[in-house]
Write a protein that binds this ligand. Structure first.
Ligand code: AMP
Ligand code: ZN
Length: 114
């Protein structure tokens, strides 16, 4: 989508600090990290949020989880654990309407979120 921030990152029109790239996914450091490690894992295809997922996206979503797992291993989060979360819509405080998983780690996280 032309005016989507993360589509622009996928195209390379906006720079990102890449961690990992596959055929259909991209992982890059969040610009405003909320933990020592804060990476975003996104599909290259524009999907607005988890709320607009279709049956055809099932395999893609599975692969996003595998990318997140690889990111966690590469950045040393696998031993202590981490959190993977996707915000959806207004109440979920989603600010970028392109599906993304936050991978947060490197410190003890609290629960429940605010
Ligand atoms: P959310 O609020 O769940 O939609 O998450 C969007 C995330 O994108 C936030 O954590 C932002 O800090 C992050 N973000 C916004 N712009 C950029 C950018 N240009 N590069 C990397 N991360 C970004
Ligand atoms: Zn997009």
């Amino acid at each position: 989508m032309d005016d989507c921030l993360f589509c622009k990152i996928v195209k390379g029109d906006i720079p990102s600090n890449k961690v990992l790239e596959t055929e259909d996914a991209l992982a890059f450091h969040d610009i405003r990290p909320q933990a020592p490690v804060h990476v975003l894992v996104i599909p290259k295809k524009h999907i607005a949020s988890a709320l607009t997922l279709e049956e055809d996206d099932v395999e893609l979503v599975g692969r996003l989880h595998l990318v997140a797992k690889q990111v966690a291993k590469d950045l040393g989060l696998d031993e202590q654990g981490y959190r993977m979360v996707t915000n959806i819509g207004w109440y979920g405080q989603q600010t970028v309407p392109h599906l993304h998983y936050h991978v947060l780690g490197g410190r003890q996280l609290s629960w429940p979120p605010g």
